[in-house]
Design a protein around this ligand. Structure first.
Ligand code: FES
Length: 165
């Protein structure tokens, strides 16, 4: 199909990923002021920001690791852990919170045996919280891979999670 992307030029191994990241850093002229953009690109290339990637950036940009870690830890969208195949976002906005959102979150933590910001060891699920996911009238709401589950309660969790492999 014309215009369809077959993604055949995506990096397939770490060597190619690091080559691409080196090019990105050059394109951004190794400027410290471009660090956030470079980290975004690095996360897009590797899916997350493991230590060896951060060290590579530090070496290429001649920046101390402390400065890089400071940026990575400040912005919540950067992650140093690999994400799960499915991302669960529990709404902690006011409507959801007062209608049991915290119980849902506690139920998920207990079921998955992880905390917010973590991923299950089998990399099946990552757990996050959000302020509002736009379904306040059907609170409490939980989004999984951007599909919203409404009026969730702890008893429904096993059933919902079982739909995701
Ligand atoms: S507060 Fe939860 S969907 Fe709006």
């Amino acid at each position: 199909m014309e215009g369809a992307c077959d993604c055949s030029n995506q990096p397939v191994n770490d060597q190619e990923r690091f080559d691409l990241l080196r090019q990105v850093i050059l394109d951004y002229e190794k400027k410290e002021s471009n660090l956030i953009q470079i980290l975004h690109m690095a996360q897009a290339i590797f899916d997350y920001l493991p230590e060896n990637v951060l060290k590579f950036i530090g070496t290429e940009m001649n920046m101390p690791m402390s400065a890089i870690y400071a940026v990575v830890s400040f912005y919540s969208y950067f992650t140093t852990q690999p994400k799960g195949r499915h991302t669960i976002q529990v709404c902690m906005g006011t409507a959801c919170y007062v209608r049991g959102g915290k119980k849902v979150l506690d139920g998920l933590k207990e079921t998955l045996k992880i905390d917010v910001g973590q991923t299950t060891p089998d990399r099946r699920f990552s757990l996050e919280v959000k302020r509002c996911i736009g379904s306040c009238s059907l609170a409490p709401a939980v989004s999984i891979d951007n599909v919203v589950h409404k009026r969730v309660n702890p008893n429904k969790l096993q059933d919902i999670l079982s739909k995701y492999d």
